[in-house]
Write a protein that binds this ligand. Structure first.
Ligand code: NAD
Length: 301
């Protein structure tokens, strides 16, 4: 293996420790801690497990955590009223609505009702616009792209002038990470190409990349011969390719990324594993955004 592994599990621990220390400092000085509300509608098992993980992490770093579970029958109007209540609640700095919502509720309407200054997921059109403008305008970069950029920075990969190729153009990963990497500033200032299902020569573009960020959701899409020797490869893909029984005798999913990891690690300079790479970074950055939200309110940067 020639590539250095960029482990999200290790970077997560560093960042959560930094957040915990800062929360304690703010609490001592201002008597306040970041407040995060997670709104869960219904009992979708996957949603429950995501929300549980968010709640546990929020507790770990010393946040005030409000878990608001609503029945699947809640009306759109009642859900909007609930969001309005948290928008006005001074002790809440971040509002999360766990998706998907039941079919009778317009998801877009609900997400757009969140105060952009409490939208710690960074999906509100106002925050998408702030991200596009860049610099001091940015409040809450969306969590997965923010995690990717943080991993690149902490691994010490040079981004200034680097050729970055992003595979995938989704609103939650591809477009925002491409936008972040073109901005002037730390962990960015790169020349960025986005490739997608309409691209003619996917391999040709990937081969030019000093930093290759892959978020397609297609197992082993990126072949080893598409990777420039020494490149930094960030594999965002999480694909369930089967099931296995773990040491505890429990059935668990076998996960694979979008990059042929075993072959790619012999060519790349840095690579993220799946699982244990980008995955653990998303909730971590959500905590960082919630802390930032309180800091903005206190007038701290
Ligand atoms: P998406 O399905 O919304 O978008 C995928 C994009 O990839 C599309 O823009 C499409 O054009 C492109 N694409 C698909 N097949 C392609 C191909 N053969 N060639 C070129 N481009 C192709 O997906 P998403 O939400 O951006 O997620 C992508 C992957 O990242 C998924 O596996 C998802 O599970 C994973 N993901 C992981 C995290 C995390 O680890 N925290 C967060 C978000 C997404």
């Amino acid at each position: 293996m020639t590539a250095k592994l960029i482990k999200g599990t290790e970077i997560r621990e560093q960042i959560l420790e930094e957040i915990t220390a800062e929360v304690a400092e703010i609490k001592a000085k201002y008597g306040k801690v970041p407040g995060l509300v997670t709104i869960l509608v219904g009992e979708n098992p996957a949603s429950i497990s995501y929300v549980t993980l968010k709640i546990q992490t929020a507790h770990r770093v010393g946040f005030k955590e409000v878990q608001d579970s609503q029945p699947v029958t809640i009306s759109e109007a009642d859900l909007l009223a609930l969001i309005d209540k948290y928008n006005k609640d001074d002790s809440i700095n971040g509002i999360l609505v766990q998706l998907p919502l039941p079919k009778h509720i317009d998801e877009k309407k609900v997400l757009n009702a969140i105060d952009p200054d409490k939208d710690v997921d960074g999906f509100h059109p106002v925050n998408v616009g702030r991200l596009m403008i860049g610099g001091d305008e940015v409040k809450f970069p969306p969590c997965t792209p923010a995690g990717i950029q943080e991993m690149i920075i902490r691994a010490g990969v040079e981004t200034k002038g680097a050729e970055v190729v992003v595979v995938g153009r989704s609103n939650i990963v591809g477009k925002p990470i491409a936008n972040m990497m073109i901005q002037k500033g730390k962990g960015a200032n790169s020349t960025v190409t986005i490739v997608h299902t309409g691209t003619k020569d996917l391999a040709g573009h990937c081969k030019r990349a000093d930093i290759l960020i892959v978020a397609a959701g297609v197992p082993d899409l990126v072949k080893p011969e598409w990777i420039k020797p020494g490149a930094c490869v960030i594999d965002v893909g999480v694909n369930r390719v089967g099931e296995k029984v773990n040491e505890a005798g429990k059935k668990v999913a076998i996960l694979k990324g979008d990059v042929d990891f075993n072959a790619a690690k012999e060519i790349a300079g840095w690579i993220t594993p799946v699982p244990g790479g980008v995955g653990p970074m998303t909730i971590t950055m959500l905590m960082l955004n919630t802390l930032k939200s309180l800091k903005f309110k206190l007038g701290k940067k």
